[in-house]
Design a binder for this molecule. Structure first.
Ligand code: SAH
Length: 213
């Protein structure tokens, strides 16, 4: 059981100041990140560094993305209340919780059972209720489509066509694309058959893998 004390809150405020300096300007995103306790998603041995701007180890050799990356992707996603959002790569559940805090209807997929189970426990502890799925993000969630927005939090070697198919017309997907290093893509679905792509710099994510356990 984690606690959120004044020290954690203080560090979180400093993290948010740092995010502002790094160019994050969306007040709602900053407010969400000031409120969601990132240390809840990490092993308690990492409490003291939970609010530094770095990726940290979670289970299964995966990482929680660094706060500036979470802020950047969330800002690009431009979340509105009640929007139906699909996240690929639940991981620790931190990004999921930021989206939930922004009052989106969040659906999230994770391919590693241990991470899926752990994230669900943390969500219960926090009394938040995103829809969690254990499965392959390449396939999306055909039974729950279409989505207003899709966010991919692992490095995709290419843009999965299934995910574009599950996006509403007018919807957007934020996805880091590439092997090794990824370029952040914002893909807007402008009609049933056309998309527009904008790019936003380079990042390093753990790879999006096919669902082989
Ligand atoms: N959003 C997470 C980031 C975790 S790292 C957080 O805030 O902590 C990316 C996650 O993507 C890892 O947990 C990894 O297991 C998962 N992943 C990789 N390939 C996937 C796939 N094909 N489908 C679903 N999840 C995948």
């Amino acid at each position: 059981m984690h606690v959120d004390n004044y020290q954690n809150k203080g560090k979180r405020r400093l993290m948010v100041e740092y995010l502002k300096e790094k160019g994050i300007s969306d007040e709602k995103v900053l407010d969400a990140m000031n409120n969601v306790p990132r240390h809840f998603f990490l092993d308690s041995s990492l409490d003291s560094i939970a609010y530094e701007d770095r990726a940290l180890q979670i289970l299964c050799n995966q990482t929680i993305s660094q706060p500036s990356t979470v802020a950047f992707q969330t800002q690009l996603l431009n979340v509105k209340q009640r929007e139906k959002i699909l996240e690929i790569g639940t991981g620790s559940g931190y990004q999921t919780s930021v989206l939930y805090y922004l009052k989106a209807r969040v659906y999230t997929i994770e391919r590693m059972k241990q991470l899926y189970d752990k994230a669900k426990k943390v969500f219960e502890e926090m009394n938040i209720h995103p829809q969690c799925f254990f499965g392959d993000g390449y396939l999306g969630l055909p039974g729950y489509q279409p989505f207003d927005k899709i966010i991919v939090t692992c490095g995709a070697p290419f843009v999965p066509e299934e995910l574009v198919n599950q996006l509403k017309v007018g919807g957007i997907m934020i996805i880091p694309v590439g092997q090794g290093t990824q370029t952040m893509h914002k893909i807007t679905k402008i009609s049933e058959t056309e998309t527009k792509t904008e790019t936003f710099g380079n990042f390093r994510f753990v790879p999006m893998l096919e669902n082989k356990g």
